[in-house]
Design a protein around this ligand. Structure first.
Ligand code: AMP
Ligand code: MG
Length: 492
């Protein structure tokens, strides 16, 4: 029985300059190393069939599934603030769209499937390490409840790729609400192609924001909606200590999903200036800069939409500025609500912001682990005799004591029992995140020893980030000094 994907192709039906038709370049000897069975089922695909040799061939690009219309999408983008009018899928190929079990249209894309007309200098391939990192981190994000592209499969290609050294090659099958980016709008805007911008905006509204199709000013509403989703997304990133690493406009999804996991990382010790990416020398995409950068990227989107707003340019700019002005409020509301939940508050009171900020400041000064501080705070809520595990995370534990007495005065104003509060806190403060040193160890085992047991175990732990999992307690520990990862790489 041959494998069937019920493909549809609404993006490939757009005008020819939106993409390039290109077929994946076959790889030598594909071997499936991971299939996301749960996601396959959600997509209406048969996981047993996908696990076959034919499945591996399809998900490496060696064989084209029936009904696929492979394309590389065109886009532009600001990379580290510099505009590049043509980027496009240089190593990714969209096979088509499927409608999932909830009726949501999802892109099925191969990443690392060979060169495309947009490849410029690259080889169109991906190395195994970055494929595993994206698989792990995107799936961890999904389980943390954060909007993200998903990983359906990882396949080793049986070929090598040349980077600084020779590395095993791999292909990731990525699933996204769509792969349309801020940079996709920029592609048409930069060419003065207002018709292209409008076609794209109409497609995006129909696909991601269908309720806006009938409002009075759909393009204004579209900008508002993307601003709202990005504000919410970045707030969620901050609340789990996630650093995207390459927040270029071409890596900013219009649907509001986290996309293009390159040198991304979760921080261990809390410090807003944390940067991991080796290419981010100026700290442009540091943890604490992410809200500002999201707004910068949204401003680039707004510029693309100006011609759709009004023929009167000044009026259009004024309207865009008004919309962008809403970002700060939306972000702050989501971020502060999240922080209040992290310290176990059910209500809002004056002084809450300062209370949380004082904890964060104490954490920075005391090099406290972000994830574990909040997780253990959920136990300390039971009473001061449960403080030791969390206070011990601070270099000077007495700084916790001072803060905790204020915190207890505040929680005492609410009727919830300590047990209720603990449960609520453990639902929002994960015990497990994909810590860098763990991700690195998984990659080393796979690349050096063809050993995927650590990869499987890490995925298992991260599939239930809010559960205690005593057998895997070691996965909640921050790195020893010798295990510490200080830099992450794009893998391109
Ligand atoms: P990224 O940093 O992954 O967002 O990629 C930025 C641009 O470089 C995109 O246009 C990619 O398609 C392209 N690119 C990245 N890696 C490769 C590669 N190995 N071969 C060809 N193009 C690539
Ligand atoms: Mg990218």
């Amino acid at each position: 029985m041959t494998l069937h994907f019920p493909f549809e192709h609404t993006y490939a039906a757009l005008p020819a300059n939106f993409f390039a038709r290109v077929e994946p370049t076959p790889v030598a000897a594909p071997r499936l190393i991971k299939l996301n069975r749960e996601l396959a089922v959600q997509l209406g695909l048969d996981p047993d069939q996908l696990s076959s040799l034919e499945g591996a061939e399809i998900m490496s690009g060696k064989r084209l599934p029936e009904g696929a219309q492979p394309i590389a999408m065109a886009y532009a983008g600001h990379q580290f603030g510099h505009f590049v009018p043509q980027l496009g899928d240089g190593r990714a190929i969209l096979l088509g769209e499927v409608i999932d079990r909830d009726g949501v249209r999802r892109d099925i894309q191969l990443k690392g499937s060979g060169p495309t007309p947009f490849s410029r200098r690259g080889d169109g391939r991906a190395a195994l390490g970055p494929v595993l990192r994206e698989y792990i981190v995107s799936e961890a994000m999904a389980k943390l409840g954060i909007p993200t592209t998903r990983s359906l499969a990882a396949v080793v290609s049986g070929e090598s790729v040349m980077r600084e050294t020779v590395l095993p090659g791999a292909v990731l099958t990525r699933v996204a609400a769509s792969h349309i980016r801020v940079g996709t709008f920029q592609f048409f805007a930069a060419r003065g192609d207002t018709d292209g911008v409008r076609r794209l905006a109409d497609h995006v509204i129909g696909r991601h924001y269908p309720h806006l199709a009938s409002v009075e000013r759909p393009y204004h509403a579209l900008l508002d909606a993307v601003i709202a989703r990005q504000a919410d997304l970045v707030a969620r990133w901050l609340l789990v200590g996630f650093i995207h690493g390459v927040m270029n406009t071409d890596n900013t999804s219009i649907s509001g999903e986290t996309i293009d996991y390159g040198p991304c990382a979760f921080m261990d010790e809390y410090n807003p200036s944390t940067v991991f990416s080796s290419i981010d020398e100026m700290g442009r995409y540091a943890y604490g800069n992410q809200p500002r950068i999201a707004l910068w990227n949204l401003t680039r989107l707004a510029e693309c939409l100006l011609p759709l707003f009004s023929d009167d340019k000044d009026k259009a700019i004024e309207q865009a500025q008004f919309a962008l002005g809403e970002f700060a409020e939306k972000f702050t509301a989501a971020y502060q609500a999240g922080l209040r939940a992290k310290i176990g508050l059910f209500t809002t009171a004056e002084g809450d912001e300062a209370l949380v900020q004082d904890l964060l400041d104490a954490m920075t000064k005391n090099q406290a682990d972000f994830t574990n501080t909040f997780r253990r705070l959920g136990d300390a809520v039971l009473g001061p005799d449960h403080d030791e595990p969390v206070r011990g995370l601070l270099i000077d534990p007495t700084m916790f004591d001072e803060w905790a007495s204020r915190w207890r005065q505040r929680t005492a104003l609410e009727p919830q029992s300590p047990a209720e509060r603990r449960e609520a806190m453990h639902r929002v403060n994960p015990a497990f995140i994909p810590r860098n040193h763990r991700v690195e160890a998984v990659i080393q085992a796979a690349v050096n020893n063809d050993d995927y047991a650590p990869f499987e175990e890490l995925l298992t732990v991260l599939s239930k980030p809010f559960e205690e999992q005593p057998d895997f307690a070691a996965y909640s520990e921050p790195p020893e000094p010798s295990q510490r990862v200080t830099q992450t790489f794009c893998g391109t």
